[in-house]
Ligand binder design. Structure first.
Ligand SMILES: Cc1cc2nc3c(=O)[nH]c(=O)nc-3n(C[C@H](O)[C@H](O)[C@H](O)COP(=O)(O)O)c2cc1C
Length: 408
């Protein structure tokens, strides 16, 4: 057992809180408004139960599957996040950990490391794109990712630029200069492990976003990139059809919570959707993504890979999501806490916790493969599901007027 090993994701979170300066830790807490969605993402999993068997259990369990045709040893993927100041090795450490555990690295376009370095660390990388800049800019970024050798692209569309949190938002500096260092010094001084890591790396937390750079131009800072994104006209389904026509690789749409949107994503030609509410960072009051999962799986699960993210902290959560029909889950905060606690080894530690919890779940339920899990393996309380955007149903969010998809 390596130094710094931890037993649960909860312990990784405690260590992250002890290791990171307050502003950096609070940036990972994220969430929005009163944090209802953030909390529901986690709580919803605990409403689901198991009914374990005692005999005829599977001696060996197979945890492998595929997502968008990419084989993975573990149905737990790294969801894209920007991790500028968490650890000097940033997304490269995460990608290495994911490679070591045989799974996919999701790389944010707001990440701190260039896509070329990340793909070199883990060829099973999905590059995540926000709808930012002109169509030409978007294609330039995708072309670069394709040339780097990514295995697919994730388009994240659930973002409404909401900011406020009742517990307060962290201050993120525009850039790291001498004045900023002085301002944040008191936070860093009480977090020597974090500060020492950066000193040893020979650098300072860098707020640039190398994957947002356009050909021949320097990488913008985080706020420059965010500003471009905020000013970009919001994408239409037509824009997504255009994107599909211009990118022949595997495409995932991340942030789907409604059945009508899931149908449209399939019509556009996405290969996968992620049922996600951005980890509770978008519209507070959106239900937990695992509550919206079953109805979306029923609607489109036979035509695209449906994955989910939000609130996954345990291997048993992975069992539950898969039993409700997800092909795999994606994780965000769990690996960020692991990274903060112990770098690459901490991310591997988190993936190992989820692997062993998933394996124990399969054993107890009596399933030999993650692909054999079904809803009968769970106790699902009445009223658990949320049927958002189901055509013809009322009181489900379906009453919101939406335009019919234009003919292709
Ligand atoms: C600090 C932070 C940064 C994030 N950055 C991105 C991002 O750049 N792109 C994206 O698609 N999702 C982003 N997300 C959302 C995650 O990919 C994922 O949907 C979410 O974290 C899942 O919930 P969980 O943290 O409870 O696992 C971010 C989430 C957090 C917490």
């Amino acid at each position: 057992m390596s130094r710094g090993w931890f037993e649960t994701v909860a312990e990784a979170q405690r260590r992250a809180q002890k290791t990171l300066p307050k502003s950096v830790y609070m940036a990972l807490v994220a969430g929005s408004e009163r944090g209802k969605t953030l909390q529901d993402n986690v709580d919803a999993f605990s409403e689901l139960g198991f009914a374990p068997h005692v005999a005829d259990l599977a001696r060996e369990r197979d945890l492998s599957t595929t997502v968008m045709g990419v084989p993975v040893d573990l149905p737990v993927l790294i969801s894209p996040t920007g991790v500028q100041a968490v650890h000097p090795d940033g997304e490269v450490a995460i990608a290495r950990a994911a490679a070591a555990r045989g799974t996919v690295m999701g790389l944010s376009s707001f990440a701190s490391k260039p896509v070329e370095q990340v793909v070199a660390a883990n060829p099973r990388t999905f590059f995540q794109l926000y709808w930012s800049g002109s169509r030409e800019d978007i294609l330039a970024r995708i072309d670069r990712a394709r040339a780097a050798g990514v295995a697919g692209v994730i388009v994240t569309l659930d973002w409404s630029f909401s900011q406020g949190r009742d517990w307060g938002s962290p201050t993120i500096p525009q850039s790291i200069d001498f004045r900023t260092m002085l301002k944040f010094a008191p936070e860093a001084v009480v977090r020597p492990t974090w500060a020492l890591r950066w000193v040893r790396s020979g650098g300072l937390p860098d707020l640039t976003t190398p994957n947002m750079a356009l050909p021949g131009q320097p990488a913008p800072g985080f706020f420059g990139a965010y500003g471009e994104w905020m000013q970009t006209p919001l994408p239409t389904w037509d824009d997504l059809r255009w994107l599909r026509a211009h990118y022949d690789g595997k495409l995932m749409l991340k942030g789907v919570m409604r059945v009508d949107d899931a149908h449209r994503a399939v019509d556009v030609g996405f290969d996968a959707i992620s049922v996600s509410n951005h980890g509770g960072n978008n519209l507070d009051g959106t239900p937990a993504s695992v509550r919206a999962l079953p109805v979306i799986v029923d609607a489109v699960g036979d035509r695209v890979d449906v994955v989910m993210d939000g609130g996954v902290r345990r291997g048993s959560d992975v069992v539950k999501a898969l039993a409700l029909g997800a092909r795999a889950v994606m994780i965000g905060r769990a690996y960020l806490w692991g990274l903060a606690a112990n770098g690459q080894a901490g991310v591997e530690n988190v993936l190992d916790i989820l692997r062993s919890g998933l394996d124990s779940g399969l054993l107890g339920i009596g399933r030999a493969s993650v692909r054999d899990l079904t809803r009968d393996d769970l106790l699902v309380p009445d009223g658990f599901e949320r049927r958002l955007g189901v055509p013809g149903e009322v009181g489900t969010g379906a009453g919101v007027p939406v335009q019919s998809p234009a003919p292709v």
